[in-house]
Design a binder for this molecule. Structure first.
Ligand code: UDP
Length: 245
């Protein structure tokens, strides 16, 4: 299985996890920045043109998070359904930007919404990926009490992806919290086992254990600087690679 630092062969099939916050301009009140979405789309196009098969799982935290609304008194399941619907808005924005520059793509939603998205059907999704269509997986898993990180782990397992590329606002996994410890060291590569034993925060526990059990490496990288996404998609060393033994 190709991994960026240990074996820089190009990925055949990858799942890109974009948090909702990644689509927002820092400090802006707009939930989605069209300019950021366009930049993401053009870096994706470059990678797709080299033959990469790509699925994108997008979060919804730029609009809503179920756990936060629930902490403020809302029923958790209802709050989570609102969160899943929020991811659909982001998915449509990404689809629009990719289509605009000629990338074949489609949104597949885990909650049926046939006027704007196809329903998620695993075999159909695999077929579309084989044909080079980018699939944007919307509405999370379709079930409350999960996250879009877990969705990424699930879709990567179902689609037989080589890797999950988790675009965040930090540049990798550190031995301790770099906001609290200025001497914290960033790992280039680290095993699942080490993360588990040292309680290093990579993804939520459900997502993490799915990746570990199914031996799906995760690359954690900072989406901010121009070109980082393109590096990650092309399997060039970036951020931290979390992998099995
Ligand atoms: N969500 C859910 N089930 C899922 C995926 C997401 O209920 O399978 C809800 C949950 O409320 C979550 C929200 O959708 O807070 C947005 O997803 P997430 O927080 O993972 O987005 P991100 O932080 O990546 O932007």
């Amino acid at each position: 299985m190709p991994t960026p630092s240990k074996d820089p062969r190009p990925f055949k099939r990858a799942i890109l996890k974009l948090s909702g916050e990644a689509l927002r301009e820092p400090g802006s009140t707009d939930n989605i920045s069209p300019e950021i979405v366009q930049r993401i789309a053009s870096e994706i196009k470059e990678a797709i043109d080299t033959g990469l098969q790509l699925g994108i799982v997008v979060g919804g935290g730029n609009f809503w998070r179920g756990a936060s609304a629930s902490a403020r008194g809302m029923d958790r399941a209802t709050a989570d359904y609102v969160g899943m619907l929020a991811t659909v808005m982001n998915a449509l924005a990404i689809e629009g930007a990719l289509s605009h520059i000629g990338v074949k793509c489609t949104v597949m939603s885990a909650i049926e919404m046939k006027n704007v998205a196809e329903p998620f059907i695993r075999r159909k999704a695999e077929h579309q990926l084989d044909k080079g269509t980018v699939i944007i997986f919307a509405a999370g898993t379709g079930s409350p009490f999960f996250s879009t990180d877990t969705t990424a782990a699930l879709r990567a397992s179902e689609m037989g992806a080589d890797v999950i590329l988790k675009a965040t606002q930090v540049d990798g996994v550190y031995c301790s919290d770099p906001r609290k410890n200025p001497d914290a060291k960033r790992f280039d590569t680290v095993t699942f086992q080490h993360c588990l034993e040292n309680r290093l925060n990579v993804m939520d526990a459900t997502a993490f254990s799915l990746c570990m059990d199914n031996d799906i490496p995760i690359v954690i990288f900072d989406l901010g600087p121009n070109g980082n996404l393109s590096h990650a998609l092309r399997s060039q060393p970036i951020g931290t690679l979390v992998h099995g033994e």
